[in-house]
Design a protein around this ligand. Structure first.
Ligand code: DNO
Length: 393
């Protein structure tokens, strides 16, 4: 697979010359400063592409071309926003950037409750604690009937948290769930000088009455509208799984399992519509067995995210090392290397190590932690290529 790296543009403290030194071949990025829903012009795209190429790299994948919330809940501006999306895809195609990742998670992108969870070895990792998340839902958002969505066990833990949580704990949770994890990937919650909980409630209300089936139909509508542009420009559009892969905050989620992925690929059965195989998101759901899923969907996988999770008791999970956890990365590499040795791949969510904590990187996007992960994955890929070359697999 091609070794790619998620780079957040010129404001990223990790520069392109640094990435060349560690063996990165392709860049994964987005036009991070543009509001969601605006057309990406040829000029804006070329400017970023030229800069990447001037540094001896290529722009391999767009992650993400974000889908506006109104497209997801079928609001009145849906068709106009889809038209903008089509235009952005066409402009990317004209510039030769042809792998485009997106997701269809309502309101909230990826979720963690702790961005600096201390590991025994002194590093820190991202962590999801279901009881803390339920506390956020029940006691901070105060969503109607929220308690019905959690088990008695989780509710007992929430009760204990409610007894011990200070104002500072509440603020930390709001900052983690709404601002820090969403801020750099999701234009809905980018700023700091607003009422995040109020805005969050308002966004949630837009999805009232949207069932899983309705959300699926809205995805089908979107894909049917954009596929002709993807065909015309040779674009491979690949949906990112939901992270974590389960319904949250009363919102449906539709990319959580093999059955969901199968539905999407069949609903609009076009070779330009595929999957971002995010091993981390999928492995954080105990119901997902990644190796058979990779075998099943390899031919429609256009982009791979390599990381691995450990699922813990009580619905909690954390990021594992890239050589451990339930994702079985070596086996996934075997499957995807055989499928297409050129497939774009990036490591995802490294730990925070060796001074990363002082650098203000986006959560999960440390330099040393990801570099270590890339080294581990690079080693696994070299071993797998050797197996393939000597017909050992
Ligand atoms: C977080 C990422 C997600 C992902 C988007 C893709 O680290 O896994 O933000 O990039 O959901 O659209």
């Amino acid at each position: 697979m091609e070794k790619d790296w998620r780079w957040f543009g010129r404001k990223d403290k990790i520069t392109l010359p640094m990435l060349r030194q560690i063996g990165v071949e392709g860049i994964v990025t987005s036009l991070h400063d543009l509001p969601i829903g605006e057309v990406w012009t040829v000029g804006q795209i070329s400017e970023v592409k030229d800069y990447i190429e001037a540094n001896g790299l290529r722009w391999s994948v767009v992650e993400s071309l974000p889908v506006s919330e109104e497209i997801k809940y079928a609001g009145p501006r849906r068709d106009a926003l889809i038209e903008n999306y089509r235009q952005s895809l066409a402009n990317l195609g004209k510039c030769g950037v042809r792998t485009v990742c997106y997701n269809f998670m309502p309101v909230i992108d990826w979720i963690r409750t702790d961005l600096e969870y201390p590991c025994p070895d002194g590093s820190t990792s991202l962590y999801f604690d279901l009881a803390e998340f339920a506390y956020f839902d029940i006691h901070i958002l105060e969503r109607k009937d929220a308690a019905k969505d959690y088990s008695r066990d989780v509710l007992a833990r929430v009760k204990r948290l409610a007894e011990s949580f200070t104002d500072a704990d509440r603020e930390r949770l709001i900052d983690t769930i709404i601002i820090k994890t969403q801020g750099f990937v999701n234009g809905n919650f980018a700023g700091h000088d607003f009422d995040p909980v109020g805005l969050f409630r308002e966004m949630l209300s837009k999805f009232e009455g949207i069932t899983k089936d309705a959300l699926r139909e809205n995805l089908r509508y979107f894909l049917e509208a954009v596929m002709p542009v993807c065909e015309e420009y040779g674009i491979r559009l690949c949906i990112h799984p939901d992270d974590p892969p389960m319904p949250v905050l009363g919102l449906p989620r539709i990319v959580t399992s093999a059955e969901d992925i199968e539905w999407i690929l069949k609903a609009v059965d076009n070779p330009h519509s595929g999957l971002t195989f995010c091993a981390g998101s999928l492995s954080s759901g105990a119901h997902n067995e990644l190796v058979p899923m990779a075998r099943r969907f390899a031919s429609r996988t256009f982009f791979v995210h390599l990381r691995s999770c450990d699922v813990l008791p009580g619905g909690n999970f954390m990021e594992a090392s890239h050589t451990a956890g339930r994702a079985h990365l070596v086996e996934l590499i075997r499957i995807f290397e055989k499928q297409d040795p050129e497939l774009p791949m990036r490591v995802d969510h490294g730990k925070t190590i060796l001074g990363d904590e002082a650098c203000g990187y986006n959560p999960g996007y440390s330099f040393h932690g990801r570099m270590l992960a890339l080294g581990q994955v690079d080693g696994m890929m070299a071993a797998v290529r050797n197996e393939i070359e000597h017909k050992l697999i």
